[in-house]
Design a protein. Structure first.
Length: 229
């Protein structure tokens, strides 16, 4: 029977081999347990993929886990994953992009820009509390008043705008990580999005004239993929 491990379980197995290094939890081919992954570790031990060692000073008191020989074989065998990726590359939409490289980008918002040069939008704030954004309903009212010429505003409308400041901003997308598939990007967002402060988006860059990328994608496009994939 072939074991079907979850993405997180497979990640833990590979992590324990040092394939993905995280200095906080992985050292010398051991995985130090943390509370948020304990259920997966217990399951991996129960199916013979990992062994639990005693704690030691270097682990900070957490139990230490090691991959078994069978666990190592599964962690290092990526053939199923490659077939799965090939199936997605062959069937996914390319967003009208040549040899797409799918990427996760984080939007970084910069406030205080000159709207005459860069302007992704604006927000209303109170000068004494610039961290707090004005509620949507009030912001809509202020936008309505802002569209008027100053001399067209009544005294009452001018009073409404007192204590508020319109701050313009520009949104700059920053590269986070790349995947062969759009699903790979979505998996990253689902599993690691909570570690990002800015809005995350999926974008397709073109691999035009990137011959290494094109060669690998061509290999995926020509792989035989079973119907179940």
């Amino acid at each position: 029977m072939t074991l079907k491990l979850t993405d997180r379980q497979m990640g833990i197995l590979r992590h324990s081999l040092g394939i993905t290094i995280n200095n906080r939890s992985c050292f010398r081919n051991r995985y130090v347990a943390a509370a948020d992954v304990i259920d997966e570790l217990v399951e991996l031990v129960s199916i013979g993929m990992m062994l639990r060692d005693e704690t030691d000073e270097e682990s900070g008191g957490w139990p230490v886990y090691r991959a078994t020989e069978e666990g190592k074989k599964i962690a290092l065998d990526v053939s199923d994953q490659l077939v799965e990726i090939a199936g997605l590359v062959q069937t996914q939409g390319n967003r009208a992009t040549s040899d797409p490289l799918f990427a996760v980008r984080q939007v970084r918002r910069i406030y205080g820009v000159d709207p005459a040069y860069h302007d992704s939008g604006h927000e209303w704030v109170m000068p004494d509390d610039t961290e707090t954004r004005v509620a949507d309903e009030m912001a809509a009212r202020l936008d309505e008043l802002k569209k008027k010429y100053e001399w067209d505003l009544t005294d009452a409308e001018k009073d409404e705008m007192v204590g508020f400041e319109c701050v313009h901003f520009v949104d700059i997308p920053e590269f986070v990580t790349a995947c062969f598939t759009e699903r790979g990007c979505q998996r990253y967002i689902d599993s690691n999005g909570h570690n990002h402060t800015g809005k995350l988006e999926i974008y397709a860059y073109s691999g035009f004239r990137n011959y290494e990328w094109i060669d690998i994608r061509t290999h995926f496009m020509n792989m035989e993929v079973p119907d179940e994939h």
